[in-house]
Ligand binder design. Structure first.
Ligand SMILES: [Zn+2]
Length: 177
């Protein structure tokens, strides 16, 4: 029986099975337990890879891009302290009807007991065909801005207007594949 790098014995760790099921790193080809996949599995857990069905090819922690956001850092920190998965509170809004084609958005507000100051804001847009969505992630968005977007309609502003004015051109974004 292989010892896990974090000291847990297989069969005793309630979290066993998540990382171990990852077939191997798509970049370096190494497999658990030679490398860990905690960042990849955490990204799956927080819905970084939503919709579209298939999650992207796995990356081990060594090949995972360096933490760029506070959210990444908090997840890494939370998982360094404990093998339990980070408890993440996130907010998701769906069913938006907007001329900007935004249909849904999602962001984390807390990792464990830590309140985030910035977050990854995941935004879904209508695709070419009905029922098709394209997701973009906006990086280092202040949680306060995401919360203000969430609350925009209660202040008489539409989701689309708030997005266009406050978010669309204000943060780095990339399309999720
Ligand atoms: Zn790797």
């Amino acid at each position: 029986m292989n010892a896990r790098p974090d000291g847990f014995a297989i069969g005793q760790d309630p979290e066993v099975g998540k990382e171990e099921k990852v077939e191997g790193c798509s970049k370096c080809g190494r497999t658990w337990p030679a490398v860990r996949f905690s960042r990849y599995t955490a990204a799956c857990n927080i819905g970084e890879f939503m919709l579209g069905g298939e999650p992207p090819p796995p990356l081990c922690d060594a090949c995972w891009p360096k933490p760029e956001s506070e959210l990444d850092a908090k997840i890494a920190e939370a998982q360094g302290v404990s093998t339990a998965p980070a408890l993440i509170r996130s907010v998701e809004v769906t069913g938006i009807d907007s001329r900007t084609n935004v249909v849904s958005f999602k962001y984390a507000t807390h990792v464990g007991s830590s309140e985030l100051l910035t977050t990854l804001l995941n935004v879904a847009f209508k695709g070419k065909n009905p029922g098709e969505f394209t997701w973009y992630v906006y990086r280092d968005v202040p949680v306060a801005i995401a919360e203000a977007w969430f609350a925009a309609p209660s202040h008489g502003e539409s989701y689309g207007k708030f997005f266009a004015a406050q978010i669309k051109n204000s943060y780095d974004s990339e399309r999720k594949v």
